[in-house]
Design a protein around this ligand. Structure first.
Ligand code: GCW
Length: 677
């Protein structure tokens, strides 16, 4: 019988403090001596992190010394360990070896050493005590969290709605930069433990006083945050306001081709770097959802981005230029415009015109972080422009950190695995490995709640984001398993928690995204159903359901969206029989009596998915309930509270969507299940 209660501290996430030493005497002896001689800020911190981690996670008190003849952990960067042979390591990589009774942790560089330390601690926590022969490195150089935090209270996304967040920012409060340094350090540890090396704290909609982040008013405080992140190998970026030269620069223009504008940015950027010399650069949202940009001056996005890039260039900084540019003032009556086409139409023709320190930041899908969407066609199309992939860790459209939705499942199976067929290794993961896509950016889901993410189980999304940025081919099952074992320790509890995570995304897709129809959510708030909430709005997010059918024809015979892809993908998408079902109605307008590959009609499949999705959600909740008494009550209950809301939400989605389609079609469910009038 298994009677012990698994104690989990929600604050510690996957770096649980197990406290007591359960290693045998031999192993504990080796771990009690760390031999290192590191002086640099990051490398010296790596040594301390090993000491702290061994103490916190395993109750081993170790001493750090420069020499030892006893068996020990030897560690250092390649340059500080002369005379020892290492396998070749890539930048930020490490090797962990068992040799002559010692453990040897070597970093290609200081960050690599730090990542080697976390990997070593992780292996021990997973029960692997060696012998070790691990060589590893991150797949891409840019692994970044974009916080969408505002100075006003709470981590708000825009227009006054939290959209996926609970709690407030860990950086800002009451209109000011305000933080607990210990909390920032703990955050940095979590980030570095999964290989994240960049953070931008402020929202890309740069409003109010956040516009002044690049001035003396705020730079000293921001520099202090940067200083806490630095020993963890993490650099800061800042989201900047495109029209700063007008907002407080005393100019009457932000025209990128006006020399006064470029000069102003150069001076301002010099000031920024006096405070934060290793700032990684600026993140920019321009000509997007009401934010100003180069279009206001009749200039291209290359001209706008290059102007900022030139100010950053002498300091080694990059511009992360977001490609979320589309017309948000559409008229639903006008069928000639198709929002998902905008990103490619605007940016593909500019390929080759960007400076070498401009990096285009492209959302995974062409619409906006919906539950299912095709991969943005710009990937694979850009040949001469640096670019990165942006996903949303915050559950804006995927359940607001109230509902459980394991996003690595989606990022992996629908994004990383998708083959753009633009070359020999043209899955998104392949392009990341080949350096074609040079980074993975996530809109953060962190807040000041004790558990960091509001919904405790959403810690797995933060964790999984890091894992996929490190290795984009990591399977979601491995992420779920490792996250669960590191969090819970106990095998039975871990198996149940991992299964809940793995079941969650397919269940979500079944209840609230009928075959790729998106934006059926409550306008602005983005949680809960409102089937026609966006139907007559200006945002370009229509499904155009009527009594016969639903969806938009985005093939060559319709809006032409699919022609933005390679011929092979265009062909696969264009035939409803080969188009991936998760995005079928994103690409096609189909009649409700269209027979799908399983021989059932579209309508019947919609009904089936909704009934099943709700039952699957109930199954997840029951699985969680089975953990009562097996896990500490406080942890168990906070998760259960959210699960109850989640189940209500799934119920509402299921019934509203089924009723909507039955009202339109007058056709009943073939299995006679209850659909309300
Ligand atoms: O999903 C949308 C959000 C906006 C956000 C925008 C973006 C920061 O609703 O709040 O703005 O995406 O990505 O810029």
């Amino acid at each position: 019988m298994h009677n012990t209660i698994c104690h989990v501290n929600e604050y510690d996430c996957w770096l649980q403090n197990r406290g007591t030493n359960s290693f045998d005497a031999g192993l504990a002896g080796i771990l009690s001596t760390i031999v290192a001689n590191e002086k640099g800020e990051v490398a010296a911190n790596a040594v301390k992190e090993l000491q702290r981690g061994l103490s916190r996670m395993f109750g081993i008190d170790s001493k750090i010394t420069e020499k030892s003849s006893a068996a020990c952990v030897r560690m250092g960067t390649v340059s500080s360990l002369p005379g020892i042979a290492f396998p070749p390591m890539k930048a930020e990589g490490f090797s962990i070896k068992s040799a002559n009774g010692d453990f040897l942790i070597a970093g290609a560089d200081a960050s690599g050493l730090l990542y080697g330390v976390y990997r070593f601690l992780t292996e021990l926590a997973l029960g692997n005590t060696g012998p070790f022969d691990i060589v590893d490195a991150p797949a891409c150089p840019t692994r970044m969290i974009n916080h969408w935090d505002t100075l006003e209270n709470f981590t708000r996304v825009a227009r006054g709605f939290k959209r996926g967040m609970k709690g407030d920012s860990i950086f800002f409060k009451d209109g000011k930069i305000h933080y607990d340094p210990q909390r920032i350090e703990d955050y940095a540890r979590l980030l570095a433990s999964v290989g994240i090396n960049l953070v931008s704290p402020n929202n890309v909609n740069v409003r109010g006083d956040a516009k002044f982040f690049i001035t003396e008013k705020h730079l000293p405080e921001l520099a202090k945050i940067a200083a806490i992140l630095r020993p963890f190998g993490i650099r800061m970026m800042l989201a900047v306001y495109y029209c700063s030269s007008m907002a407080f620069g005393g100019l009457d223009t932000a025209d990128p081709l006006d020399a006064r504008v470029g000069d102003w940015w150069k001076k301002q950027t010099d000031l920024v770097y006096r405070h934060i010399p290793d700032l990684a650069g600026y993140v920019v949202k321009a000509d997007s959802e009401g934010e100003p940009g180069p279009f206001d001056y009749g200039r291209t996005h290359a001209e706008g981005a290059n102007m900022l890039a030139r100010a950053l260039k002498p300091h080694g900084g990059d511009v992360m230029w977001r490609c979320f540019v589309y017309d948000c003032q559409q008229d639903w009556r006008d069928h000639s415009k198709d929002r998902p086409k905008a990103c490619y139409d605007i940016f593909a023709p500019l390929d080759g015109q960007f400076d070498d320190n401009v990096v285009l930041q492209i959302k995974n899908g062409p619409l906006d972080f919906q539950v299912y969407e095709p991969v943005t066609p710009l990937f694979g199309a850009l040949k001469k422009t640096r670019h990165v992939l942006e996903v949303q860790i915050a559950q804006e459209y995927t359940g607001h950190q109230t509902d459980v939705a394991f996003l690595p499942y989606f990022w992996s199976t629908e994004v990383m695995d998708f083959d753009m067929k633009t070359g020999p290794n043209s899955t998104i993961a392949g392009m990341i490995e080949d350096g074609v896509i040079e980074g993975f950016i996530g809109v953060g889901n962190i807040c000041d709640d004790n558990n960091w993410t509001g919904l405790t189980l959403a810690q797995a999304n933060f964790y999984g984001f890091g894992r996929l940025g490190w290795d984009p081919k990591t399977r979601p099952q491995a992420i779920a398993d490792d996250w669960a074992r590191l969090t819970y320790g106990d095998e039975k509890v871990s198996a149940i928690a991992a299964k809940i995570q793995m079941d969650s995304y397919p269940a979500l897709g079944k209840v609230n995204n009928p075959f790729g129809v998106s934006f059926m959510c409550k306008p602005d708030f983005h949680y809960g159903p409102s089937i026609e909430g966006y139907e007559y709005a200006k945002w370009g997010t229509y499904h155009r359901a009527n009594h016969e059918g639903i969806g938009i024809d985005r093939t060559a015979s319709g809006t032409g969206y699919t022609t933005q892809y390679s011929p092979e993908v265009d062909k696969m998408f264009s035939d409803p029989a080969t188009c991936p079902e998760n995005i079928l109605l994103f690409i096609h307008r189909l009649r409700y009596d269209h027979v799908m590959n399983n021989g059932k009609t579209l309508l019947q499949n919609i009904y089936n998915n909704h009934f099943e999705g709700y039952e699957e959600t109930r199954g997840m909740v029951d699985a969680w309930k089975s953990l009562e008494g097996k896990i500490n009550d406080d942890y168990f209950n906070t998760v259960l509270e959210r699960f109850e809301l989640h189940l209500d939400n799934a119920h509402e989605w299921c019934d509203q969507i089924n009723t909507y389609f039955r009202r339109y079609t007058g056709i009943n469910d073939e299995q006679g299940r209850k659909i309300y009038d």
